[in-house]
Design a protein around this ligand. Structure first.
Ligand code: SAH
Ligand code: SF4
Ligand code: F3S
Length: 433
């Protein structure tokens, strides 16, 4: 039996896809290993979203080459978004990659690997599909508190900065029957929380089932205690979804709502199709309808032609909305995106650094203030594992905030109540009550 080692980069969708790949390989007489040194096949499941994601993988390939020098038969594959984006370029001599496979081709991986093994030739599978949802393949999830599950794949939006539509293809939704069956199996394995994944979950539609219906269907499954999802797009957030999150006790009171920028000219150039005012109104509606909801976001600074004044608009929106936390990025030009074709990457590295530093500082202060409001509150926490500090465990509350508390022997997947008596910008610290 050939042993395969898989390493995953990028988003949660990629984490889930790696579980799909493991399932497919195991059904086809491969075995999995945690040790790259003894593996006969090494697969890197990769991300293209920013240039540093590429650089990380290219460096990793460099170090893995030494294993190839020790073992002539070792097969090194790059799968996922970077394979789909860079294509055959990745198979150039000197790089050391033997096979590439895009996100819609994983059913053909076993044959692809065997082909490389028998012929010694490099191989590529890069076709994107309009229908592949891996509906009947259940991910091989490691034990833990949370299980990922992709409910839709691809993206039909055209955010001009973003490479995902190129790497993931057109939008398609997975049959809810397969989703429900997979969640039931996850419950049997001991999972109590699932996170429903899609590039734009509010576009989920299968026949007459929309995303709000899907949350309710999943919540009807006995044994599921928490349902999370990521990400919705602010342009089309249905009020019924707000109602379902408010009224369904299993739906977590946390919404990740990517802002990207707070200036209308920049939002227009990004083709986000909402204005800063519409975003602020949506955030206010969500806050008023779902008391205590945690709001988080993604923001890009230094999009082409963004001025200092326009960046100040982003700071103003961030202050006004008061996100609980944010992922913040410097704009990174991506191959074959509309922004790359239309706009030069003309904000200097120095300006990008200055803007992201100020944004991160502001968000840190806001996160700290929002966490301070939780002092004295008691949260139900789903335990995830050991914290960095010795003798401490960590888990998450309903709002997805990290809660740290003294180790009381609880294991991952258990629920307990923790009273908060100290906070930092990123953590709530407390004791079991
Ligand atoms: N589909 C998701 C986003 C996936 S990418 C959504 O719309 O919510 C995750 C985040 O990466 C994006 O929200 C964006 O903030 C950031 N990102 C995407 N492309 C980028 C680029 N070219 N440069 C910098 N950040 C980028
Ligand atoms: Fe990228 Fe926009 Fe699609 Fe998100 S919605 S994956 S940012 S194109
Ligand atoms: Fe995810 Fe990166 Fe691809 S964010 S969808 S792995 S480009």
């Amino acid at each position: 039996m050939k042993s395969v080692y898989i390493e995953t980069y990028g988003c949660q969708m990629n984490e889930y896809d790696s579980e799909i790949v493991k399932s497919i390989l195991c059904e086809n007489d491969f075995e999995l290993t945690d040790n790259p040194d003894t593996a006969s096949v090494i697969l890197l499941n990769t991300c293209s979203v920013r240039e540093n994601a590429h650089q990380k993988v290219l460096h990793r390939i460099e170090t893995l080459k030494s294993l190839k020098r020790q073992n002539d038969n070792l097969i090194l594959g790059v799968i996922g978004c970077m394979a789909q984006s860079l294509k055959e370029e990745l198979l150039d001599d000197g790089i050391g990659v033997d096979l590439i496979a895009g996100p819609d081709t994983y059913r053909r991986l076993p044959g692809l690997i065997r082909g490389v093994e028998h012929t010694g030739e490099k191989a590529a599978e890069l076709k994107l599909s309009r229908t592949e949802t891996y509906a009947d393949v259940f991910g091989m999830q490691d034990q833990g508190a949370n299980a990922w599950i992709a409910v839709m794949r691809g993206c039909d939006n055209v955010c001009t900065f973003c490479v995902v539509p190129q790497t993931r293809g057109r939008e398609r939704s997975r049959d809810p029957k397969g989703i429900v069956d997979e969640v039931k199996q996850l419950v049997d394995q001991g999972f109590k929380q699932v996170t429903l994944l899609g590039q734009n979950v509010n576009s989920y539609r299968f026949e007459n089932i929309d995303f709000a219906d899907l949350i309710n269907m999943v919540s009807d499954i006995d044994g599921i205690r928490r349902i999370r999802f990521t990400s919705p797009h602010p342009k089309d957030f249905p009020t019924r979804l707000i109602d379902v999150i408010r009224d369904n006790p299993k739906a977590c009171k946390h919404i990740h709502l990517p802002l990207q920028a707070g200036n209308d000219r920049v939002l227009e150039m990004m083709k986000r199709t909402y204005t800063s005012e519409q975003f602020i109104d949506l955030a206010a509606l969500i806050r008023s309808e779902i008391p205590g909801v945690a709001l988080t976001t993604d923001i890009i600074v230094g999009f082409p032609t963004e001025t200092e004044d326009e960046f100040q608009d982003t700071l103003r929106v961030v202050e006004k909305v008061g996100f609980d936390s944010a992922f913040m990025f410097k704009y990174s030009e991506r191959k074959d995106t509309l922004a790359q074709r239309k706009y030069p990457d003309d904000v200097s590295e120095g300006d990008k650094t200055s803007r992201i530093t100020r944004l991160v500082d502001m968000q840190r202060r806001i996160s700290f203030e929002r966490n301070q409001a939780h002092l004295g509150e008691t949260f139900e926490v789903l335990v995830e594992g050991r914290a960095k500090k010795p003798d401490q465990l960590f888990g998450r509350n309903d709002g997805n905030k990290i809660v740290v508390f003294p180790d009381n022997g609880a294991s991952a997947g258990e629920f307990l109540n923790v009273k908060i008596n100290e906070v930092t910008p990123n953590t709530l610290i407390g004791e079991e009550v």
